[in-house]
Write a protein that binds this ligand. Structure first.
Ligand SMILES: Cc1ncc(COP(=O)(O)O)c(C=O)c1O
Length: 391
């Protein structure tokens, strides 16, 4: 049996929706993207939702909207995908890393506060794997000090705390529609904000800095004239081909999330009592979106002293599972140990030990809505057998 780490859920409806866009002759950003934005904005209960080419470009827009300047600092958790600090670098600003809480893989207000200096312009809390980071506390703390908050909610579709969705608590939040996320448009992202002025600026910057969209220009009289460009912007527009897929995926979203949560609780049940594996834990008031089901391989309490030894065992386990046709992944990366950041800022693993331990010992198990009971049983049985064999 082969069990992938994930599998996007598409049906005939997506193909039909794309075919209709092709037939219409309007394939760049237009009515389908607008509909997708409306549906996602309604779902996440946010006033402005702007589709982009990826979460990375949405984050880049967010930093431009907040006027992050060269030399400014932005606090970023060290355990994340490189896209988060990369956008800060692209602004000529500096990511200043902070550590995470190993129990949730997310950062904390204390960790972010400890990385703030007089050069800090913004904080970028990250809601990893479908669990909302403590963005309320972080935002309250940041706003009291005049700091902006950009939420990297790339992995956080379906991550709620009370009636607030991840990405809607800070000044601006960004989600991803990459195929490893709950719903997908191939590549794609969305910038979320309740701030009208920020939304207006992001709207222009997404479209080269223009005051009018192409669709407005083509559907109003006098559209033969190019608009004015008050900003030097980008082309970060999502196509209507993707927007059409996004609209159909939105109709599937609630069902997909329900199934992901159901599968995650099956894993919880099946893996409860495995002493060498910490399954996902989260605060009671959170609703998890389970973008990934990420465990921590911990046959003994992990520390910087035993992490390399445990890392070898975890990799052995991943290899054995791979040989049985089961795909696993590390959760994400300790970006301060990747070559660019290590060399540019002279960082070493022990600077952010929890991020390093999470990098070396995390283990994401297969999770996708189409997963069958037989696949789940095979993964759980193989995991237990392989784990017992190496310990
Ligand atoms: C935490 C985090 N931030 C940003 C991104 C970038 O998202 P995208 O691939 O849509 O640019 C990812 C992608 O997985 C991510 O995991």
């Amino acid at each position: 049996m082969r069990v992938p780490i994930t599998r996007p859920l598409f049906g005939k409806e997506e193909a039909q929706a794309v075919a209709e866009v092709l037939e219409s002759g309007w394939v760049v950003q237009g009515p389908r993207v607008a509909e997708f934005e409306r549906l996602f904005g309604e779902y996440a209960k946010v006033q402005h939702a702007l589709a982009t080419t990826s979460c990375t470009t949405a984050l880049h827009l967010a930093l431009r909207v907040l006027s992050v300047q060269p030399g400014d600092e932005v606090v970023v958790p060290a355990y994340t995908f490189v896209a988060s600090p990369n956008v800060v670098e692209q602004m000529g600003a500096h990511p200043v890393f902070c550590d995470i809480d190993l129990a949730t893989f997310n950062t904390t207000r204390e960790a972010m506060a400890g990385a703030v200096s007089e050069r800090t312009k913004a904080l970028m809390p990250i809601s990893l794997f479908g669990l909302q980071a403590p963005v309320h506390e972080i935002t309250e703390w940041a706003h009291a000090r005049g700091l902006a908050v950009v939420e990297d909610a790339a992995c956080a579709i379906g991550a709620w705390r009370g009636d607030r969705h991840a990405g809607t608590v800070g000044d601006i939040g960004c989600v991803s529609f990459h195929p490893r996320k709950a719903i997908t448009t191939g590549e794609g992202g969305m910038l979320l904000t309740d701030n009208g002025e920020m939304a207006e600026k992001a709207l222009a910057l997404r479209n080269h800095g223009a005051v009018r969209t192409d669709l407005e220009r083509h559907t109003t009289a006098g559209g033969f004239l190019l608009p004015d460009y008050p900003f030097a912007g980008f082309n970060y527009r999502m196509t209507d081909l993707q927007g059409a897929v996004g609209v159909v995926q939105m109709n599937r979203l609630r069902g997909i999330l329900e199934r992901r949560r159901e599968l995650a609780s099956l894993y919880d049940e099946e893996l409860r009592g495995l002493e060498w594996m910490q399954t996902p834990t989260y605060p009671a008031e959170s609703l998890h979106g389970y973008q990934s089901y990420v465990c921590l391989f911990a046959p003994e309490p992990p520390s910087m002293e035993n992490v390399e030894q445990l890392h070898k065992q975890r990799n052995r386990l991943m290899l054995d599972l791979e040989q049985k046709g089961i795909a696993t992944r590390q959760g994400t990366q300790a970006v301060h140990t990747t070559t660019y950041y290590r060399e540019r800022y002279g960082l070493s693993p022990e600077d952010f030990p929890n991020s390093y331990i999470a990098d070396r010992l995390s283990l994401a198990l297969p999770l996708y809505p189409q997963m069958t009971e037989a696949e789940m049983e095979y993964v759980v049985g193989s995991l237990k057998a392989c784990g017992e064999a190496i310990l």
